[in-house]
Structure formats: structure tokens, C-alpha cells
Design a protein around this ligand. Structure first.
Ligand code: FAD
Length: 441
């Protein structure tokens, strides 16, 4: 049974709302329906799967328990890194040459794939590819970024190592030791994007229902029967695209993801002077600290930054604590005001990467975003559709793997809170040490 695990503060997602437009206001499913594919979950994964499957000619129905994009898909930072959480060598080691290279290539060209997709469907979502900054808070982290840059540079890709002074001018902060600019990355308004995908899916013939939780899933002969509070739908295939909000619909799936509640904040529009100093090129920034590492500047001059995990539903960061965190990077901010905050749930797993499962004939799931999902959810949603259209499992980007339970899943909330506290202490220690070394040299 679906119970919303997230704070339902949709109106708080203000940096995205202007361009994200109105709710789609789709009706709930009432009565009986037949489909080729039922998709549970109307986030980026589900809507991308719906769009691509409908374009391929399938009869598609999407069931969303809340509203389209209500989950992580409208609550993220909107960064588009051309990468997964792992470096290329690690991906090749884990997945082997074929799948590994496909994952590397698909994610590297992922932001551009989104540009083309949004252009093709006329989705206005502020997508921009000015590059994305990865910046280092320790010498070891800087070395890793330099190795990443060397890998891509040797393949002719547009990635540049930035020394401390160049970086300071691009970021408006001398906090970092150096970094890289990967010109293939960028940012997006994810609320506008997911709603645009949903509209494109409807235009391609898919049927989408909001406020329609899938309450049960049963095998009926060779087909699947999905029941909702006021309806029933039968289909040949079911895609479960529920990520951190995965419930007990399919026994065992919920235990494969560890939901982590991450808080984001944004400021009131900054003065013109500050806008000229902080991220003037509008590149989004990811730093190498473990907690609170995504920052971007919105078009209206509001500075948007992540605060990190706060596991208790409803808990908000204090203004003072949040401002102290961001002023550590940008002391020039002065008396800036926080305009709002919101929380979203990421789905983590021990592999730190997306998983694709097919636990029964015609039943598929793609989940486990680990904080990288605007691009990857689009690609893996598309892969679900390609698989349904006849592409062999071996030819998909991710391998199809058995469900893998997160150890001690029932205690995950406590574990995440403990790990987050340890990471904060560890990050702070590393930053102090780096700054002390720099002053001594
Ligand atoms: C705070 C935060 C910051 C992030 N920042 C970034 C970033 O900058 N860049 C990036 O690439 N990624 C980022 N991510 C990750 C990205 O947002 C996700 O990977 C992506 O949105 C996952 O999409 P999804 O469709 O799989 O899941 P979701 O968007 O979470 O959608 C799942 C949907 O399933 C529905 N659902 C669940 N159970 C049922 C049921 N039984 N019946 C019907 N519906 C159901 C839920 O209501 C929900 O709408 C971030 C995530 C968070 C939370």
C-alpha cells in the first residue's frame, strides 16, 4: 500500500514552479482498462518509459499515486552531470567491457540526449549546457578529478582542469583547491521537464492517471492485473518506476533501496554585484565533500544549495545553520535571506548505482538513483520501453540483475543519520586540515 513518505510540500519547490507551469490535473483511474504496459510511478523514469513506449506503438498506462513528478523528479538539484557516481575505470571493472562501455557512453552523452529529446517534443524546461564544475576540497580529491579529466581529454572530450585562481573566479569562492569543468554537463528545471515528458507521452497516446496508487499486483494467466482504489487494469507488462518511494507492491523490491531524505534551500534573488561574483557563468557545481555538495544559481539570481540528509519527515534546517554553511563558501553573501526549502527522497543502494530488474515474466523495475537520475532515469526509462519493444536484455545499457536486499534495511533510517553525522565531521576535519596545510605552505 502506497503511503507518501515525503513531505508533500509541493508548493515549496518554488525555483522550479515559474517555468514548471501548472499541475497537469489528470484524473484518477476509474473502472477497468486494458493495456500493453502499465507503468507504476509518474517520475522521470516512468514518464520517459511511457513516452518511448507509446512512440513505439504500445498502449501505455501510467499510474501515479500523487501527481506527476511529485517524487524526487521535481525535488532535485537539476544538475546534469555527464556521468554516473563512478569513474569510468570502476564502471568497466564492475560491469565488464560491453555493459560498462555502454553505461559510460550513455551517461557521457546523456545531457545532450536530453537537449535533443526536449527539442523534439518542444519541452520548455530551461535546459542549458554551460558545463558543470566538479571542485575539490582536498588534495586527494583534486588528484581524482585530474585523473578523470585526463581520461576524457585523451578521448578528445571537452573537459578542462582549472587551477585555484581560475576556479575562484568562476565560482566566486576561494574555498576549493581546484577542479574541472566538463563542458558536456549543465542544468535543467526538473519539474518542467517531467511535466513536459508526461505531456509528450499523452500526445503520443499514453494514458496517465494521477492520485492513483497501485495497491496490488497479481499474475492472471500470462497477464498482470493491477488494482487501484477505483479501478483495475490488465496488461502484458508492468514497469515499476517508484525509486525511493517503492512500497510493498512487489515483495522484496522496497528492501533493495535505502530512502534518504535530502534537504535543499534557495535564497532570495541576490544583488547584481553578488550575481556577478557567484557562479557568473551559471555552471552548476558539485563538490567532493560527502555532504551538501550541489550548488547552482537560478536565472532569477536565487542561490540554490543542498543541505544534505535530514531523515526525520518534516524536519527543516535552521536558517542560521544553512546560512553558515553557504557563507563558509561565499563570505561575500552578507545579509542574504533564505527564501525557502524543501526535501526529497533519493533511493540509495550499496552499489551506488541504478539497478534494472526483471523478477517475473513481463515485470520490470528500474530504480536506485543514488542522487544521479535526471539523465539516467530518462535513459533507463527509455531502455524499459526499448526492451518491451523487442530489444534483448543483453543489449540494454544496464544488465538485468536479481533483486539485492540492502543489509539491515529495517534500520536504514538510523544508519543513514549516523553515517551522515560521521560524514559531516569527516568533511569538516578534511576542510580544516586542507586549509591549515595551505596556510603553512
Ligand atoms: C534532493 C535531491 C536532489 C537530487 N539532485 C539531482 C541532481 O542534481 N541531478 C540528478 O541527475 N539527479 C538528482 N537527484 C536524483 C533524481 O531526482 C532521481 O534520480 C530521479 O528523479 C528519479 O526519478 P524516478 O522517476 O525514478 O523516481 P521519483 O521521481 O521519485 O518517482 C517515483 C514516483 O513513484 C510514485 N509511486 C510510488 N509507489 C507508487 C504506487 N504504488 N502507485 C503509484 N505511484 C507510486 C511516487 O508517488 C513518485 O512520484 C536528486 C534527488 C533528490 C531527492
Amino acid at each position: 500500500m502506497f503511503t507518501p513518505a515525503s513531505d508533500s510540500r509541493e508548493d515549496a519547490v518554488t525555483p522550479y514552479r515559474r517555468l514548471g507551469g501548472e499541475h497537469l490535473d489528470l484524473p484518477p483511474l476509474r473502472g477497468e482498462e486494458q493495456a500493453d504496459i502499465v507503468i507504476v510511478g509518474g517520475g522521470i523514469t516512468g514518464c520517459s518509459a511511457a513516452l518511448h513506449a507509446a512512440e513505439a506503438g504500445a498502449r501505455v498506462t501510467v499510474l501515479e499515486a500523487m501527481t506527476i513528478g511529485w517524487g524526487a523528479s521535481s525535488r532535485n538539484s537539476g544538475h546534469l552531470p555527464p556521468a554516473t557516481k563512478h569513474e569510468p575505470a570502476e564502471i568497466l571493472r564492475r560491469y565488464g567491457r560491453e555493459h560498462g562501455q555502454r553505461i559510460i557512453d550513455a551517461s557521457a552523452s546523456g545531457p545532450q540526449t536530453l537537449v535533443e529529446l526536449t527539442q523534439r517534443h518542444g519541452i520548455e524546461c530551461g535546459i542549458a549546457i554551460p558545463g558543470i564544475l566538479s571542485v575539490a576540497h582536498t588534495p586527494v580529491a583534486l588528484r581524482h578529478l585530474e585523473e578523470r579529466a585526463a581520461y576524457w581529454e585523451s578521448r578528445g572530450e571537452p573537459i578542462e582542469v582549472l587551477d585555484r585562481d581560475t576556479l575562484a573566479a568562476m565560482v566566486g569562492s576561494r574555498f576549493y583547491l581546484g577542479g574541472v569543468l566538463d563542458k558536456r554537463g549543465g542544468s535543467i528545471n526538473p519539474l518542467a521537464y517531467v511535466r513536459g515528458l508526461a505531456k509528450a507521452a499523452i500526445a503520443a497516446g499514453a494514458r496517465l492517471y494521477e492520485k492513483t496508487p497501485a495497491n496490488s499486483l497479481e499474475r492472471e494467466g500470462h497477464r498482470w492485473k493491477v488494482s487501484t482504489p477505483e479501478g483495475v487494469i490488465r496488461a502484458d507488462r508492468v514497469f515499476l518506476c517508484t525509486n525511493a518511494h517503492t512500497d510493498t507492491l512487489l515483495p522484496g523490491l522496497k528492501q533493495t533501496v535505502l530512502p534518504v531524505r535530502v534537504v535543499q534551500l534557495f535564497t532570495r534573488p541576490l544583488s547584481d554585484n553578488l550575481r556577478r561574483s557567484i557562479l557568473p557563468g551559471r555552471e552548476p557545481l558539485l563538490d567532493t565533500r560527502r555532504v551538501a555538495n550541489a550548488i547552482r544559481m537560478h536565472e532569477d539570481g536565487g542561490l540554490h544549495f543542498s543541505y544534505g540528509p535530514m531523515m526525520r519527515v518534516g524536519s527543516a534546517p535552521s536558517q542560521a545553520a544553512a546560512l553558515a554553511r553557504v557563507r563558509e563558501l561565499f563570505p561575500q553573501l552578507g545579509e542574504v535571506e533564505i527564501a525557502g526549502w524543501w526535501a526529497g527522497w533519493m533511493g540509495f543502494n550499496p552499489d551506488n548505482s541504478w539497478q534494472m530488474h526483471s523478477p517475473a515474466p513481463g515485470l520490470h523495475a528500474a530504480l536506485g538513483c543514488n542522487g544521479r537520475g535526471v539523465v539516467l532515469a530518462t535513459l533507463y526509462g527509455r531502455d524499459l520501453a526499448r526492451h518491451a519493444a523487442g530489444v534483448a536484455a543483453d543489449d540494454l545499457t544496464l544488465p538485468i540483475t536479481p533483486l539485492k536486499r540492502v543489509p539491515f534495511h529495517a534500520f536504514s533510517g538510523i544508519a543513514v543519520a549516523a553515517v551522515r553525522s560521521w560524514y559531516r565531521v569527516h568533511d569538516a576535519h578534511q576542510v580544516r586540515r586542507t586549509h591549515a596545510l595551505r596556510e603553512a605552505s
